[in-house]
Every structure is written in structure tokens, then in C-alpha cells.
Design a protein. Structure first.
Length: 326
């Protein structure tokens, strides 16, 4: 009997689409002929993995396979009718009409690696009890499948997530090779969002469309700024003199440094709103930047200086904790 496709990929029935793609990538990388030259067992395993993915990676074929088992191929719904190992055709000894293009892609008929010629020898020289020439095989009959998508997680600096930019990413291919690609990060992207990079996934097993690269974006925290949607918040330290007399202070923003006015008599916790200086996602209006003032006293005040400061407000009818309650 033919090997169970789920067992071929090391999966249990009911596996998710993501599990199937991940298992295929791992198995294809492990048994790729270029990485196991001269190893016939690995070559055979690589071919089996491709066949398994052609069925389980297709929702319609997988549904029929789950309902009818390997016999659904004999009904014409699989990647192409094929003989059971040992010759003699399918159940009941009926010969199959084998479409090599459906099985292995256009290159199979030409004897490419992992194609019909090697598999024919491994099965003992017979498909459907006949000779290789009895099978239909044309490049036009091939039904290329799509390569698997690759999934990665990248962490970008807070400033890049807010203002946009580029980041480099190392990608390992199914054949064991690796390359570095540049990813464009759109302005305003939020933590946990996904980016799809077209054509940067795995190659199709039979010459079809290359898969995509799916990136989950994580945003590194900023030591001073926090973000809520398109709003930015930052705490700006000011001196007691600036708070008492008022002042103009410089505040950094994603678009550059701006100067804001601190009203005289400002207390710690007072917030200043700078319109349009928050996050500006593509195609959307900009958010605002909120600056929270925080009075900072010198650490080396003398006792006499502390007494003079206390004397300034001593006796004033002020209860700063009047609204503080549970």
C-alpha cells in the first residue's frame, strides 16, 4: 500500500495548513537531493514529500484524500493516477493511466532529478503493468502548484515603526542556502501586524509560483516615548524656575525638534498637546504628541535652600491632594 501522506510529513490528521507548510519546508530542506548527493533514500523521501504536499497542500485534494484515502487518486482527483508499488495497477489489478506532468511537473518527462525515471526504477520498472512509453506526459499537462510561504518574526526599532524605513532580514531557503533581503517597513505599523513580501517564499516543487514571505512585526520599546494608536506620549523634565516663571523648551518629535511654551505656574503632570506631531500612518491623518511636564529639583539643595523654598508656599490655602481618594 502507498505511504500515508500525513505520515510522510510527520503529521497527524487534522493538522492545520500552517503545520502542513512548515512540515513540508522542514522535510524538503532535510532531504533535498542537492544536500544529500548520492543518497538514494533521501532522494526517494524528497519525492514522497513533494507528492504528499501536492495533495495535503491543496484544500480540495486534501478533502477527498481524507474521505476516500489513497484510492481517491484512482478516481482522477489526485496529483495524477499512479500505480501501487510492486506493479499491477490499483485495487483489483486495474491498470492506471499515468500523467507524468501531473505527478512531477514538466521536467519529469525529461528525466530531471526526482522525476519519473528514478521513480520508475524504484518501483521495479512498471506503472500499470506497461512500459514508460505507455504513459501520457506533456509539459502542457502539468498543473504547477504554489510554493510554500515562509514565516518569520522581525523586531524593528520604535522610530522605524513610527516613521517608516528599511530593515535587513536573513532568509534560509529549502535547499539550505541563505540570503539577506531588505524589507520596507511602512510608517505607522503597529506591533503584531503582518507584512507579505511577494515571491520571497519557497520555490514550487514542480515549477509553479514561488510562495511569499509572511513577516510578523514586533516593535521594540522606546526609553522615553510610548504609543497609543496614532498618539505619542513623552515626559519632559523642567526646572522649578521654568515651572514657576514659564519657559520655552525643545521637545523631540518624529519629524524633528519643536519648541513649546510652558505656562507660568505649571505643575508636574500638566500635559501640553502638540497637534500633528504623533504617528502618521500612510493615507491617514497624523496623531498628536502629548508632553507631560515633570518638575525636577536639584539633588544637592542645602537645608537653608529647602527652607526658603518651603517658605514661599507656606501658609497658602492649597491642598494638592484634595481630589485624591479611593
Amino acid at each position: 500500500m502507498p505511504e500515508d501522506y500525513y505520515e510522510t510529513l510527520g503529521l497527524k490528521r487534522g493538522a492545520s495548513e500552517d503545520d502542513i507548510r512548515k512540515a513540508y519546508r522542514e522535510m524538503a530542506r532535510k532531504h533535498h537531493p542537492d544536500l544529500n548527493k548520492g543518497d538514494e533514500a533521501s532522494k526517494k523521501k524528497f519525492q514522497d514529500v513533494q507528492l504528499a504536499f501536492e495533495v495535503l497542500g491543496d484544500a480540495d485534494k486534501r478533502s477527498k484524500y481524507d474521505r476516500f484515502g489513497p484510492g481517491f487518486e484512482a478516481m482522477g482527483d489526485g496529483p495524477g493516477p499512479r500505480a501501487w508499488p510492486g506493479g499491477g495497477g490499483g485495487p483489483g489489478g486495474q491498470p492506471f493511466d499515468v500523467d507524468l506532468g501531473d505527478l512531477f511537473g514538466a521536467g519529469a518527462a525529461a528525466g530531471s532529478t526526482g522525476g519519473f525515471a528514478d521513480l520508475f526504477k524504484q518501483f521495479g520498472g512498471g506503472f500499470g503493468g506497461g512500459q514508460p512509453g505507455n504513459a501520457r506526459s506533456t509539459a502542457g499537462a502539468a498543473r504547477p502548484s504554489r510554493g510554500a510561504d515562509l514565516e518569520h518574526t522581525i523586531t524593528v526599532p520604535f522610530s522605524v515603526a513610527v516613521a517608516g524605513g528599511e530593515t535587513a532580514l536573513g532568509v534560509q531557503r529549502a535547499d539550505g542556502s541563505s540570503e539577506t533581503i531588505t524589507v520596507k517597513v511602512p510608517a505607522g505599523i503597529e506591533d503584531g501586524k503582518k507584512l507579505r513580501i511577494k515571491g520571497q517564499g519557497d520555490s514550487a516543487p514542480n515549477g509553479g509560483t514561488t510562495g511569499d514571505l509572511l513577516l510578523t512585526v514586533r516593535v521594540a520599546p522606546h526609553p522615553k516615548f510610548t504609543r497609543r494608536g496614532t498618539r505619542l506620549d513623552v515626559t519632559a523634565p523642567i526646572t522649578l524656575a521654568e515651572a514657576a516663571l514659564g519657559a520655552r523648551i525643545d521637545v523631540p518629535t518624529p519629524a524633528g525638534t519643536v519648541t513649546v511654551s510652558v505656562p507660568p505656574g505649571s505643575s508636574s503632570g500638566k500635559k501640553l498637546r502638540i497637534k500633528g506631531q504623533g504617528v502618521t500612518p500612510a493615507g491617514k491623518p497624523p496623531g498628536d504628541l502629548f508632553v507631560e511636564l515633570q518638575i525636577v529639583l536639584p539633588e544637592d539643595l542645602t537645608d537653608a535652600e529647602r527652607e526658603r523654598l518651603a517658605a514661599v508656599v507656606d501658609g497658602r490655602p492649597l491642598d494638592p491632594r484634595a481630589d485624591l481618594r479611593w
